[in-house]
Design a protein around this ligand. Structure first.
Ligand SMILES: Nc1ncnc2c1ncn2[C@@H]1O[C@H](COP(=O)(O)OP(=O)(O)OP(=O)(O)O)[C@@H](O)[C@H]1O
Ligand SMILES: [Mg+2]
Length: 281
């Protein structure tokens, strides 16, 4: 049983519970094993925005793939609402770094794709897709094709498509890494706004500790691979204050950024604290 930081956290069952999780890749030809994640403990709370940072290759995308149901645990347990995750499902939506829009479909059809695959009637799926395109600030481009959009707009279509599927959990793997810095800020501010307006649990992977602090209710730091969670911090800034202008002016933001950067950069062996004391903090 993992320790809880507060009585509140102890009362609320986690949306996703990850216990002593190990994830191996097995080479189909040689049978050789590569351990990407080992002994990882993490609870994702219902409706929280959890950001995950860690050095390249530490197993972040592998962990996300397991939560999405693309990869089965080698050892340990992985549950959603108390039930083992056995495969992909519409209750979890995934947004990858690459836009993954279909180039031969216009924006509206791309946004409605998930609903179409689930057999939702045409009128209803278009109405839903238009609603989420509006939330993602994409009114007026419904009939354009992906190649006619900017990178940031394409990424917003991908976010709208995932939201249109009304997932309970949104799994995002560095979704804004490929867009320019200005667009990224706009997307980040929009994502904060969107996640506030819907009851949605977000699991968000990023290389950027600034992005993690800006977006997250909590930030989990992973150790170098095979990864586990070595530290979790609560982000102390109110949602209302999550604009870049406000945060950049707050010395506490700089201090938290330095703390997290140190954790990402220093080898796990010399980490200040073991994961077990923080995995549910
Ligand atoms: N399909 C695969 N087969 C074998 N090994 C893999 C596979 N995918 C990833 N790996 C290995 O597993 C480890 C974790 O990879 P993963 O992609 O999860 O890292 P990451 O933390 O997402 O890195 P990055 O920040 O660079 O995206 C790495 O050592 C990687 O080489
Ligand atoms: Mg990755």
């Amino acid at each position: 049983m993992k320790p809880f930081a507060s009585a509140d956290a102890a009362r609320i069952a986690p949306k996703i519970a990850i216990d002593d999780l190990t994830l191996d890749y097995v080479n189909a030809e040689s049978g050789e094993r590569h351990r990407a994640v080992q002994g990882l403990d993490l609870d994702v709370r219902a409706d929280e925005f959890l950001c995950v940072v860690g050095p390249s290759g530490c197993g972040k995308s592998t962990l996300l793939a397991a939560i999405a149901g693309f990869l089965k645990p080698t050892a340990g347990t992985l549950t959603m609402d108390g039930r083992p995750i056995a495969g992909p499902g519409a209750d979890r939506g995934v947004v990858f770094q690459e836009y993954a829009l279909l180039p031969w479909m216009n924006v509206l059809d791309n946004a409605a794709l998930g609903l179409k695959l689930r057999g939702v009637a045409r009128q209803e799926r278009y109405a839903t897709a238009r609603r989420y395109l509006a939330i993602a600030n994409l009114v007026g481009v419904e009939h354009k094709y992906p190649h006619e959009l900017s990178g940031g707009m394409r990424q917003r279509v991908a976010v709208a498509r995932t939201l249109a599927n009304s997932p309970e959990v949104m799994l995002m793997d560095e979704p804004f890494a490929a867009v320019d810095a200005q667009t990224r800020m706009v997307l980040q501010e929009e994502l904060v706004r969107i996640s506030e307006r819907s009851s949605l649990t977000v699991f968000f992977i990023t290389h950027s500790v600034e992005e993690a602090i800006f977006l997250g209710d909590r930030v989990a730091v992973m150790s170098p691979g095979p990864g586990r969670v070595r530290h979790i911090v609560d982000v102390p800034f109110s949602r209302a204050a999550r604009t870049w202008k406000t945060l950049n002016a707050d010395p506490a933001f700089g201090a938290l950024r330095e703390e997290l950067l140190d954790l990402v950069r220093t080898p796990a062996a010399s980490a200040a604290a073991p994961a077990a004391q923080h995995a549910s903090a």
